[in-house]
Design a protein around this ligand. Structure first.
Ligand code: AHR
Length: 501
């Protein structure tokens, strides 16, 4: 183990970045693998409620604390007929899902999703299919979902037992339309025009919707930047957000660069913000387009997807990554970036919620448990409310192949609504402990400092069905407060939630 190092931060409640947006703690439920079926929905499960939702999963979701859930995809949405998931379950068609090579039974659809959102108390974020479908179907869906009654689609909803309109405010205009893997992929010009037309027409039904245009599927896409510029040139005045998606994993055993993945996310946010603002400036618009970071996570994209079943299986095990302690620390660092940039990232979705690259895992007919990544999200959602503050930080650095020198300390400070403060801090160094000095001078005499720390001597330690509680945060006893400064020991490769009360 290398010599301990020191880092110092100071912040002042008078100097804020932004109010933390409610939508920053979103998640994502796609009809993919076992996210829906045997994930959130399993009518035969011992804990299932009257709507077929697993109560054990609902309990973990409330502990996780998402505020918004995006649905029904992802790549799935680009071939989805939303009507298939409405009406009597026995009449719903089984369809091939071309995005993931499975059979969709449609036993879970819009009405079930809305019940799920109400039960867990999250805002719905609905995506429309702009792959195999377009303007008319998007309008039909909006009328079905949000119009009170007296028209074909709204009365159909009522006849299906949902008297009250759903009141869905946030809508994604397609998904990853730049991706060659996307059903109905479009050029930036084609998509930009479509997004503009769909957005304008949806606003004829309901003017104050919040609409998300698709940005690039990752910062590595060949057209990144040019895509955003063209899409927004076409649709600037009719949309509110441009999306960003990013997934990280270690490559070629380069764990130092993996630990610094948030550098890429920051560059991504900078790039999209600059591009959106440049388009706005060119159009002489007063309006700002914000970012919906509506897919982010660690994802081992070239790992075997798990138990491969026969082609066109129903809800097979797909993308069931099991996360390590190291993954959780990187994940925490991504969460910190979203908080630090919440002046422009005003919505975000952890992809996904259950079983599919998810913080919660389940077994069909069996238990549910927390992955390592569950904890940074839960703590951020619980304690990351209020105002993000400007932090002055001094930290040692370490060298990475991908991002050059990177600070060991990655942190953000939040002034909580109840007058307390929270610092989320990651020590990204894989070898050295970091003594973090927090200057308490401007915090009005608060000096009660506690810290919860997630780390593990084995970076590869995981929570599994057999050992579901192997990795969890523990109270960090290495704290001293002296002369208005708190000294907190941050172990190498650790995620820390420091509370100042
Ligand atoms: O979250 C998994 C997939 O990743 C989504 O379906 C897609 O939008 C992205 O490529």
């Amino acid at each position: 183990m290398a010599e301990p190092q020191r880092a110092r931060i100071e912040f002042d409640p008078r100097f804020t970045v932004a109010e933390v947006p409610e939508r920053l703690f979103g998640s994502f439920v796609e009809h993919l693998g076992r996210c829906v079926y045997t994930g959130i929905y399993e009518p035969g499960h011992a804990t299932a409620n009257a709507d077929g939702l697993r109560q054990d999963v609902l309990d973990l979701i409330s502990e996780l604390g998402p505020t918004m859930v995006r649905y029904p995809g992802g790549n799935f949405v680009s071939g989805y007929r939303w009507e298939d998931g409405t009406g009597p379950k026995e009449d719903r068609p089984r369809r091939l899902d071309l995005a993931w090579g499975t059979t969709e039974t449609n036993q879970f659809g819009l009405s079930e999703f809305m019940k799920f959102c109400r039960t867990v108390g999250v805002e719905p974020n609905m995506a429309v299919n702009l792959g195999t479908r377009g303007l008319q179907e998007a309008l039909d869906l909006l009328e079905y979902a949000n119009h009170p009654g007296g028209t074909y689609w709204s009365d159909l909803r009522r006849s299906h037992g949902d008297e009250e309109p759903y009141g869905i405010k946030l809508w994604c205009l397609g998904n990853e339309m730049d991706g060659p893997w996307q059903i109905g992929q479009k050029t930036a010009h084609e998509y930009g025009r479509t997004a503009d037309q769909v957005a304008r027409s949806m606003r004829y039904i309901e003017p104050d919707l919040d609409l998300v245009a698709c940005g690039s599927s990752s910062r590595g896409m060949p057209e990144f930047g040019a895509w955003e510029a063209e899409v927004l040139t076409q649709s600037y005045e009719s949309v509110d957000y441009i999306s960003a998606h990013a997934y990280y994993q270690p490559r070629d055993g380069d764990f130092k660069s993996f630990m610094a993945s948030a550098q890429d996310m920051e560059l991504f946010i900078d790039g999209v913000t600059a591009t959106a603002d440049a388009v706005g400036a060119k159009l002489k618009s007063d309006k700002k387009i914000n970012i919906s970071f509506d897919e982010w996570n660690v994802w081992y994209q070239n790992a075997p997807t798990g138990e491969r079943e026969e082609p066109w299986a129903v809800a097979p095990r797909q993308l069931e990554d099991i996360y390590s302690a190291m993954d959780a620390v990187v994940f925490g660092s991504l969460m910190i970036t979203l908080l630090r940039r919440c002046d422009r990232v005003t919505a975000a979705c952890l992809a996904q919620l259950v079983n599919v690259i998810a913080p919660i895992m389940t077994e069909p007919d069996g238990p549910a448990w927390r992955q390592t990544t569950f904890f940074p999200f839960a703590e951020a959602s619980k304690f990351g409310r209020g105002k993000v503050l400007r932090v002055n930080a001094d930290s040692p650095s370490f060298a990475t192949e991908k991002y050059g020198d990177v600070t060991a300390l990655h942190s953000v400070a939040v002034a909580n609504e109840d007058g307390t403060y929270t610092v989320f801090a990651v020590n990204r160094d894989l070898e050295s402990t970091l003594t973090l000095e927090i200057d308490l001078a401007s915090l009005g005499g608060l000096a009660d400092v506690t810290c919860s720390t997630l780390t593990d001597d084995d970076p590869n330690a995981k929570n599994t069905l057999e050992e579901p509680t192997r990795v969890a945060p523990v109270a960090n006893g290495d704290i001293t407060v002296k002369d208005g400064v708190a000294y907190v020991e941050l172990p190498a490769m650790s995620w820390n939630t420091i509370r100042i009360a």
